[in-house]
Design a protein around this ligand. Structure first.
Ligand code: HSE
Length: 436
C-alpha cells in the first residue's frame, strides 16, 4: 500500500514531538496500519531544526499555506496553536479535501462548530485527541468507549500548570506568586501565564468535553472561568484540616434545568483519587449511568505525551480514510442530526456546596447571626469552626455548607458582608463531593 503523507504545521514542542514519535516508532506504526506514515512536508521558520529531524525528501517551507495546498498531502497536522492563522489553515486544508489533526483546544472551543460543519460538507475527518489532557485518550473514551452511556458529569484536573502551583502551595505552604515564579523557571507556565492560571486553558478543554459528552455544539461563551490567582494558602491549609484538597477543576454536568459548564478552584474530599493527582499531571473523572465512575490519569502536556495523541489520531484517520462517512465516528460523538443546542445554565443557577471564610468580631452572637442569615436562604451548614483570633479581636470562621443553588449562596454572603461585625469580604470556594 502506498504511504500516507503527513504535512506538519509548526515544529515547536508538539510538532517536534510528533516528528520524533513518527520516526522512533515508524516500524510499530506501520505494523499496526499495514502501511507507512511519511512526514512529507513541514512548515516552520526553523529550517535547520526541520532538516535535522526530517528525512532528505521532506519538503521544508516557511509558508504553511504551501503545505495545506500541496496535492500530495493526505493529512495536515495543525500544531501551531493560537486561532488566527490556525483557523485559516485548518479551513483551507479542509477545503482542499485534507484530513486534519489538531492539538488546538482554543481553536476548537471557539470555532469547532464551523470547522466540523465544513469538514462534514467536504467529507474529511478532523481529529483532536491532543487538544484535551495531552496524552490521556479522553476524547476516544468519551466518543467511543462510553458510547453505551448517558454521561452525567465530567470533572477534570486539566491544566497541569495550575495543578503544579496548587500542589506546591499545599505541600510547602508557599504563596501563589512565589510558586508561579518557580513554575515559570521550570518552564511549566507560559511567560504570560494568564491563560493557564485564570482558567482559560481548562475552559477550552472542558467546553470540548461537554460538547462530546452531551451531544451539543461547543459553546465556550457559556463557560464560567475563575482561576487560582486569588487563592490564599490559608484556605488550602484550612481545607486540608477539614479533610479536603483544593483543585482547579473543569466541571460539566447535565441537570434537569440544563448544562453546567464551569472552571474554578474546588474543594474535593481528600479520599477521592482525583484529589491526590499532584504536580503537572492531569486526571478526568467521568460519571455515566451504566458504567458508573471512571477515572483517566496521565500527562496533560509535554512533547512526547501530546505527540502520542497526535499520532494516534493520524493512525485513526489512516484506518478510516477509505471508509464511508457513515462508518466514521462523528466529530461530536453523536450523529450530526442528534447534536442539539441545550440550555446552558448561568452560574447563579448551578448547584454546589461551599466553603466560606468569614472574618468577624470575636464577640457573643456573631456566629449566631451568620448562621441565621444562611438559614434564611435555606442553606444548611455541614461544619463550622472558629480559627485563631487575629489582632486580639477578630475571629476567622470557616463554614462548609451542604448543597445549595449559587444565587442563594451569593444572597446570603451579601447579607453576611453587610453585618457590622464582619470586616472583610467573605471568601467563597465551591466544593464538590464527587460521590456520584
Ligand atoms: N498549558 C497546559 C497545561 C498544557 O498547563 O496543562 C497544554 O494544554
Amino acid at each position: 500500500m502506498k504511504p500516507v503523507n503527513i504535512g506538519i504545521l509548526g515544529l515547536g514542542t508538539v510538532g517536534g514531538g510528533t516528528v520524533e514519535v513518527l520516526r522512533r516508532n515508524a516500524a510499530e506504526i506501520s505494523r499496526r496500519l499495514g502501511r507507512e506514515v511519511k512526514v512529507a512536508a513541514v512548515s516552520t521558520r526553523d529550517a535547520q531544526k526541520a532538516r535535522a529531524l526530517c528525512g532528505a525528501d521532506t519538503l521544508i517551507t516557511d509558508d504553511p499555506f504551501e503545505v495545506v495546498r500541496h496535492e500530495g498531502i493526505d493529512i495536515v497536522a495543525e500544531l501551531f496553536g493560537g486561532t488566527e492563522i490556525a483557523k485559516d489553515l485548518v479551513l483551507e486544508a479542509i477545503e482542499n479535501g485534507k484530513h486534519v489533526v489538531t492539538a488546538n483546544k482554543k481553536l476548537l472551543a471557539e470555532y469547532g462548530n464551523e470547522i466540523f460543519a465544513r469538514a462534514e460538507a467536504k467529507n474529511v475527518m478532523v481529529q483532536f485527541e491532543a487538544a484535551v489532557a495531552g496524552g490521556i485518550p479522553i476524547i476516544k473514551a468519551l466518543r467511543e468507549g462510553l458510547a453505551a452511556n448517558n454521561i452525567r458529569s465530567i470533572a477534570g484536573i486539566i491544566n497541569g500548570t495550575s495543578n503544579f502551583i496548587l500542589s506546591e502551595m499545599r505541600e510547602k505552604g508557599s504563596a501563589f506568586a512565589d510558586v508561579l515564579k518557580e513554575a515559570q523557571a521550570l518552564g511549566y507556565a507560559e511567560a504570560d501565564p494568564t491563560f493557564d492560571i485564570e482558567g482559560h486553558d481548562a475552559g477550552h478543554k472542558i467546553t470540548i468535553m461537554s460538547a462530546l459528552a452531551f451531544g451539543t455544539p461547543v459553546n465556550f461563551a457559556a463557560c464560567y472561568l475563575e482561576g487560582i490567582s486569588r487563592l490564599d494558602s490559608r484556605d488550602i491549609k484550612y481545607a486540608e484540616e477539614l479533610g479536603y484538597r483544593i483543585k482547579l477543576l473543569g466541571i460539566t454536568r447535565k441537570t434537569e434545568k440544563g448544562i453546567e459548564l464551569r472552571v474554578h478552584p474546588t474543594l474535593v474530599p481528600e479520599c477521592r483519587l482525583i484529589a491526590n493527582v499532584n504536580g503537572v499531571m492531569n486526571a478526568v473523572r467521568v460519571q455515566a449511568d451504566m458504567v458508573g465512575e471512571t477515572l483517566y490519569y496521565g500527562p496533560g502536556a509535554g512533547a512526547l505525551p501530546t505527540a502520542s495523541a497526535v499520532v494516534a489520531d493520524i493512525v485513526d484517520i489512516c484506518r478510516l480514510m477509505d471508509a464511508g462517512v457513515q462508518n466514521r465516528v462523528p466529530y461530536l460523538a453523536f450523529h450530526p442530526q442528534g447534536v442539539q443546542p441545550l440550555t446552558m445554565l448561568p452560574m447563579d443557577e448551578i448547584t454546589s456546596s461551599y466553603y466560606l471564610r468569614v472574618q468577624a468580631e470575636d464577640k457573643p452572637g456573631v456566629l449566631g447571626n451568620i448562621a441565621s442569615l444562611l438559614a434564611k436562604q435555606e442553606i444548611s451548614i455541614e461544619a463550622l469552626i472558629q480559627k485563631g483570633v487575629i489582632d486580639g479581636s477578630k475571629a476567622e470562621i470557616v463554614i462548609l455548607t451542604h448543597s445549595t443553588v449559587e444565587k442563594q449562596m451569593k444572597a446570603a454572603i451579601a447579607e453576611v458582608e453587610a453585618l457590622a461585625s464582619v470586616s472583610e469580604p467573605v471568601v467563597m470556594i465551591r466544593m464538590e463531593a464527587l460521590n456520584g
